[in-house]
Design a protein around this ligand. Sequence first.
Ligand SMILES: [Zn+2]
Ligand SMILES: [Zn+2]
Length: 373
Amino acid sequence: MSGTDTMVLRFGEGKISGILSAVLGLMSLAGVLCFHFPTILTTPALTQRVGVEHLRLLLTVVMAFAFALGLVNFMIGRSRELGLLGMISTTVTQILGGASVQVGAAAPHGLLPLGMDALLLGLLFNALLFIPIEKLFPLRRDQPVFRSEWRVDFSYFAVTNLLASVLMAIVTASGPGLVGWLVVSPIHDWVRSRLPIVQFGMMALVADLAQYWIHRAFHTPRLWPLHAIHHSTRTMDWLAGSRLHLLEVLCTRVSVFLPLYWLGFPQDTLYAYIGFVSIHAVFIHANVGINFGILRYLLATPQFHHWHHTDEPEYADKNFAVHFPVLDLIFGTHHQPRGKWPQSYGVIGEYPPSGMLAQHVHALRRVFSRIHR
Ligand SMILES: [Zn+2]
Ligand SMILES: [Zn+2]
């Protein structure tokens, strides 16, 4: 593991304003490209749900912050390159039409649209929500935002979000083919006549049952090389959970979606669940040291999932559930001692190489060689 990419930020040096300006400036540039090329860069369902006018307002706000922070960095910063980058990219965004780009009549999306909008919104939302929470309630107070190996996890975050709509298209297309013949309309009718909150609870429980067993399968020797990537992070924070082999993401999403499809949950409940899981799955990895008391048995907390990531061999293969610790209690894999946290995190055994591409290739080679042994 390299520790060279750690970056400690302190107020008053101008580094924070510079980084924020550059990040927001580049995001606004990517955002205006989404307005220009919606059919290839955006997720159909997301654009429709959020609404173009809200996205325009958001782009205006992001551009304003990027430019203002760039100016601040230029005035107080010792190195001004990042602030300059932020101001230049915001200016280019404005030249390209900014928030007033006309979005043409809804052209059909391409076969494999990229989720650039999901990536930008996900990054903005998660960073704004979780960085302040991690600073207010830290488990490890001295852990910087740009900690060791943050670039690797950011690559995973970016690629997974970019491919999210492609993955969703594969899952949606595979649903009718794989379980369409199994669909039983009386079950659909029963499920759809429940209250929305009951539907949501049922959906989360069914999804977590599927997640529990697929996750446990990934801890068996043949599939472990794929999942070892997720465990290879030695630092837990809001970005760490993104580190997942794309084949694992695909397998998990298909396995979770199929029973939900078979049971006939309505689309609104599915979107509500996707919204919930995208926040909750980030939260359980976060550098948040809150002890939730008895509530920790009700819903998975950072403490619950941090124990899943420990590199202490006596606590290996515990806490497979993503949402409900009760599943681990039922299946005998629960470990959540009151007020105690793991000392360190990582892989028990052989470590994957560093870097997203090397990790993907290495894991596939290992799995194939284990299957054909
Ligand atoms: Zn695991
Ligand atoms: Zn995890």
